[in-house]
Design a protein. Structure first.
Length: 364
């Protein structure tokens, strides 16, 4: 048996044991605890150089990274330009953008359970997926959000949003979607200045909130909603972290190009293209206090994420080749404690663009 799959199966044993109880009565309820046993790194690959996307798995117990684990489990490549993934229940959902599909796999074995393709009538080119209360939501780059039922694994709803939607987040009873207009760069992303506010109950857009040019990244701590507007990559319109206070108030916080939320903190990085230095900071979402996040030595950051259970922070990066970030050679990820101390360095596949955590409920 593949060593990586063996480790995941061992980690899943407590969860399997908890599910075997024959007694469903209130006197025999099994207490559970949320655990995280590792991190999945989504590697986008490089379509121009015919490098398919892949998954890297970091095992917390062994401190080892296993490469190309989807291919090891299924005997085929993941696809072209995967963008992100989310673990929900017993499954993981992977948005494979340029293959125009969502790959649904077993969280433990990584065996494919279903490949969900899309056509123009349903929305095309999934960019981002998130899960909430029995549904998975996918932003589709041609201007829609699709809703997938996690039991039937079928599409059960769609809503039209703005052009080229990117990341999403949930706060309260609403789904927030960043409308980037990212393909309209020649016209200054003129239609990409909004975040769609979608009521989860009716699955309909209630409002488009004006936030600034080219919004792409989104995050929430469950109450507060944050968005990064990338601007037009000029000094006049730099990338900026903003907070959506309400439908009519959006406050600028600080320059930023990447962010990740978890454990009551919002970690953000300002690494604009061509910058001579990289700035790392952390925002306490309860108090609004911003402090330095003392990280150094990362070459060219591609993503940042926080394990919501463990509290560790992961920063992915491209390697440098000839003084420039390389988009066709393997990258790496650094794992840090919340105080910025380095835990470990791991190699990844080509284009490590997203970090997702292997979280489950297990018996105490």
């Amino acid at each position: 048996m593949n060593k990586f799959i063996s480790r995941l199966l061992v980690a899943a044993l407590p969860l399997s044991f908890a599910a075997c109880s024959d007694d469903d009565g209130p006197d025999h309820e099994i207490e559970t605890v949320t655990v995280s046993n590792g991190a999945f790194i989504v590697n986008s690959g490089n379509l121009r150089n015919n490098i398919p996307g892949s998954l890297t798995f970091i095992d917390y117990a062994t401190g080892q990274a296993s490469q190309d684990v989807f291919k090891a489990a299924n005997g085929r490549v993941l696809g072209d330009t995967p963008q992100n993934a989310v673990v929900y229940g017993s499954k993981m959902y992977i948005a494979v953008y340029q293959s125009n599909l969502i790959e649904v796999v077993d969280r433990v074995s990584l065996k494919s359970l279903k490949t969900i393709p899309f056509d123009a009538s349903e929305g095309q080119e999934p960019r981002f997926v998130l899960a909430h209360e029995g549904k998975v939501y996918a932003s589709m780059y041609n201007g829609y959000v699709q809703r997938i039922d996690t039991l039937s694994l079928s599409i059960d709803g769609a809503v039209k949003v703005g052009p080229n939607p990117e990341e999403m987040c949930v706060a309260g009873d609403y789904l927030y979607v960043a409308n980037s207009d990212g393909m309209n760069y020649q016209n200054g992303y003129v239609d990409g200045c909004t975040v769609s506010k979608i009521a989860l109950g009716s699955f309909s857009e209630e409002k488009k909130i004006n936030v600034g040019i080219n919004p792409t990244k989104m995050a929430s701590d469950g109450n507060n909603v944050y968005v990064i507007t990338m601007g037009d990559y000029s000094a006049a319109n730099p990338a900026t972290l903003r907070q959506i206070v309400n439908d009519n108030t959006v406050n600028a916080i600080a320059p930023a190009t990447l962010m990740g939320a978890g454990a009551g903190k919002l970690y953000f990085i300002n690494a604009p293209y061509g910058a001579s230095s990289i700035d790392y900071k952390v925002l306490d979402t309860a108090t609004g206090t911003i402090s330095a996040f003392p990280v150094s030595g990362v070459d060219s950051p591609a993503a940042i994420a926080v394990d919501p259970v463990v509290g560790d922070v992961f920063v992915t990066s491209y390697n440098m080749v000839g003084g420039y970030a390389s988009y066709s050679t393997p990258g790496y990820v650094e794992q840090y404690k919340a105080d910025g101390s380095l835990v470990k360095h791991y190699d990844t596949g080509v284009g490590p663009c997203y970090v997702n955590f292997n979280i489950a409920e297990v018996a105490k």
